[in-house]
Design a protein around this ligand. Structure first.
Ligand code: XUL
Ligand code: CO
Length: 430
């Protein structure tokens, strides 16, 4: 116990305490499963325990007793993290190596630090409920990664990155992690003037292939996930969005090995909606997991706020449920407090509120789906395609189709897309 959250009662459904769940009831059955098993919430170690509260105009605002770069600080941080997991009754957490251990003087010392903390996690997880949704490597904060990790012009940085990912995959495997994530932190460029685009993409393809090869070598049964993002920190990130990553996976023959971790804020930065990215990943068979947060629509940068917009969240979970729900994936709160939210209670309330928002969204999505309110009109809209001639047309050719159009004097009449009617239906649920 860290003592950091002393005085804050466990967050439970209907507990009547100051911070309680009003909508997230883990045992309630939604769309055929316990809500906890549908949503699979994870706390993100980096934002909740390692982020100091800075912005481009000012540094640290948070004062956490575990801020510092010794192993004692890292151990206290682990205690506080597991205290929060328990307070929230969170089923999962996620971490990068750099979130949990101090940087060592060299690679060997950083790895030793990581393994010592992983030992502590392993011990704590024997008695705690919390499990590891995913692990990942931070290949973007240290200055050695300023020109990328796998895509770096310097092969020594490629080597350092590959070795680091190996240690993080080992740690994830040891902790029973259900996925391993690669977000291409600085895999992109600042200026084309100094960039060999083709070489960098080839390096990235080989790197990801090595990750998949290593997964099989160690018998890791979790899913390898790539997290798309269009820009920030670099001007142009290679893993731009779902469509771009899918093409990259196909080019490297990895489309059956790797799935996607889709983040709300990244979808917005790419000019998409969150539900579009989820729907597209499902359509391509590569949907894996989500990073749930929200972006400020005015700022144009990755604000990583906790979600608080039920209608938006409902449409995202609608696509998750339409695709059959999560398998190894889940809902990771890749979200940080606002920098004025200094208190331990703010950290607890942010997660509790976010879990409630997601629960409301999930319930609305499940009801829309089971009532068929949107699926009936959708099926009706495409009904023409169940006719024999329409299906056969797809196996014919342009010339035969022309003949058929002439013979039958086809003159299609447009039908309403009924967008407002459908939006009104959604509004009844959210
Ligand atoms: C950065 C981001 C990362 C990844 C993990 O925008 O989303 O936190 O989720 O590296
Ligand atoms: Co993320």
């Amino acid at each position: 116990m860290s003592g950091y959250f002393d005085g804050i009662a466990p967050v439970r459904y209907g507990s009547g305490e100051d911070i309680a769940f009003h909508h997230y009831n883990p045992d309630e059955i939604v769309a055929g499963k316990r809500m906890e098993d549908q949503l699979r919430f994870a706390v993100a170690y980096w934002h909740s325990f390692a982020w100091p509260g800075g912005d481009p105009f000012g540094g640290q605002t948070f004062e956490r007793p575990w801020f510092g770069d010794t192993m004692d600080h890292a151990r206290l941080k682990a205690d506080a993290a597991f205290d929060l997991f328990e307070l929230l009754d969170a089923p999962y957490f996620c971490f990068h190596d750099a979130d949990v251990r101090p940087e060592g003087a060299n690679f060997a010392e950083s790895t030793k630090n990581l393994n010592e903390i992983v030992d502590i996690f392993q011990k704590k997880m024997e008695s705690a409920k919390v499990k590891l949704l995913w692990g990942t490597a931070n290949l973007f904060s240290h200055r050695r990664f300023m020109a990328g990790a796998a895509t770096n012009p310097d092969p020594e940085v490629f080597a350092y990155s590959a070795a680091t990912v190996k240690t993080c995959m080992d740690a994830t495997h040891r902790l029973g992690g259900e996925n391993y994530v690669l977000w291409g932190g600085r895999e992109g460029y600042e200026t084309l003037l100094n960039t060999d685009l083709k070489r960098e993409l080839d390096q990235l393809g080989r790197f990801l292939t090595m990750v998949v090869e290593y997964k099989h070598k160690i018998g890791f049964e979790g899913t390898i996930l790539v997290e798309p993002k269009p820009q920030e920190p670099t001007k142009h990130q290679y893993d731009y969005d779902v469509a771009t990553v899918y093409a990259f996976l196909q080019k490297n023959g990895l489309e059956n090995e790797v799935k996607l971790n889709i983040e709300q804020g990244h979808a917005i930065l790419a000019g998409h909606t969150f539900e579009h990215e989820i729907a597209l990943a499902n359509a391509l068979g590569v949907f894996g997991s989500i990073d749930m947060n929200r972006n400020d629509y005015q700022s144009g940068w990755d604000t990583d706020q906790f979600p608080n917009n039920v209608p938006e969240v409902a449409l995202a979970y609608y696509e998750v449920l339409r695709g059959g729900g999560f398998t190894t994936g889940g809902t990771n709160f890749d979200a940080k407090l606002r920098r004025q939210s200094l208190d331990p209670a703010d950290l607890v309330a942010a997660h509790a509120g976010a879990m409630d928002v997601c629960a409301r969204g999930l319930k609305a999505a499940a009801a829309m789906l089971s009532d068929g309110a949107l699926e009936r009109p959708r099926t009706e809209r495409y009904a023409g395609w169940s006719q024999k001639w329409a299906r056969e047309m797809l196996d014919s050719d342009l010339a035969s189709i022309e003949q058929a159009v002439l013979q039958n004097d086809l003159s299609p009449s447009p039908r309403s897309g009924r967008q407002e009617v459908l939006e009104n239906i959604v509004n009844r649920y959210v």
